[in-house]
Design a binder for this molecule. Sequence first.
Ligand code: GBH
Length: 472
Amino acid sequence: MRLAETTAKKNDGPERFVWGAATSAFQIEGATAADGRGRSIWDDFCARPGRILDGGDGAIACDHYRRYRKDIRLLKELGVTGYRFSISWPRIIPDGVGNVNPAGVDFYNRLLDELIANGIEPFPTLYHWDLPTGCRGGWLEPVTAEAFAAYAKVCFDAFGDRVKHWITLNESWCSAVLGYGLGVFAPGMTDPEMPYRAGHHLLLAHGLAVREFRNGGYAGEIGIANNCDWREPLTDTAADRDAAERALQFFYGWFTDPLFTGEYPETMRRRLGGRLPEFSSSEKVLLTGSADFLGLNHYTTMYASDSPPPGGGDTTASGNGGMIDDQQVWLSPPDGCAKTDMGWAVVPWGLRNMLRWIAERYGNPPIYVTENGCSDPITGISDPLEDAARSSFIRAYTREALAAKTDSHVDLRGYFYWSLLDNFEWTSGYQRHFGLIRCTPDDLRRRPKKSFDEYRKIIEEYRVNQKEGKNK
Ligand code: GBH
């Protein structure tokens, strides 16, 4: 079902395609106590025994706060034209609301200046999960949405002269489901109703921030980074096709439909009834049309079925957020494909299907793949720098992304590999590695892996083809 027709200007050609790498503040910056930064829910969560696999935290991470110049040099070497990073709310407004911390603003001023001096376009995300502890009640409270909009305005005012692409929120699905439903992410709550409430306020936060942006008359575009793993029907029956569609609506649709229609997906409303909050008529107006572009964070694919598949499926897969009772979708991993040590299947064609689904449902809006990447293979690797599996992952996934653009006419504007550096991988601490560059907290040296070179080549080849007019 098509929900919207886009009025956005079409991309003026493939030469505008942005190749980039992505990171987030809490995962790389470290220096959590430096220069007046406030506490975040992730500092608190890490301090709770048993929450992080290796007992790690964000105190040092990649020490990017002090080594950002080196990291930008590496971005330059990689040949990217875009860098997606996140701004730490507790560095800018330590208590969540109220006073602005000039030292925090200074850090991002230096970072932005250095990026621009190196010809790299900044794509900052305003919120990548490090909510100030001072926002009491977190995303369960509507005032947090207002606090976010006030913080966003501080950022637009301070950085809007150099930033032309803003991303409001990262993966609200994860904030809502993993943070308030499954309790595996901060703030660690477990309640079947809370994800819908938290998600509601996250959506309002996005809407209010976009209103500040547009009313303020800042230049550039603003969008959101929503995550979704592809759901392929297990069989060709109508029931399984419906199940896959339902799963996608509970995943990407939940945080994207409201930005086009002011309403949650019809499937969610029908199944959840009054358990799903309602938007008031003014909130519908606020949300409708509130994304200039859509971000997609995409990692893997699962088969979806309407009844338990042979073998029972994976009812615990975090991919359905444990919300199996609400969705009635069973997930099972594709047979015979490689898996990473996160347990995620490597299924490159899933990305193309996912992009086509988004283009179709939302009327071909501008899309960026704001994250795509892999940790090391489940079989392990003997030398962390010899990451052949990551090289083939990037080859295969970027090929599918470009095919979606050229063959299926998806208005794809860029691709950001997750992640530039090995970093603090949330609940997995420092035990899972997604980086193009090796970095460990005990030895903060940056060592480019083989995949760094492979990605550099992919970007370079694209550029050469471009010059020779070989890219469609
Ligand atoms: C992203 O989230 C985050 O934005 C980033 O900070 C993080 O470091 C990175 O990914 C790597 O983890 O049950 O098999 O269908 C990832 C979101 C959501 C992707 C759940 C995998 C479930 C897989 N993840 N999804 S499955």
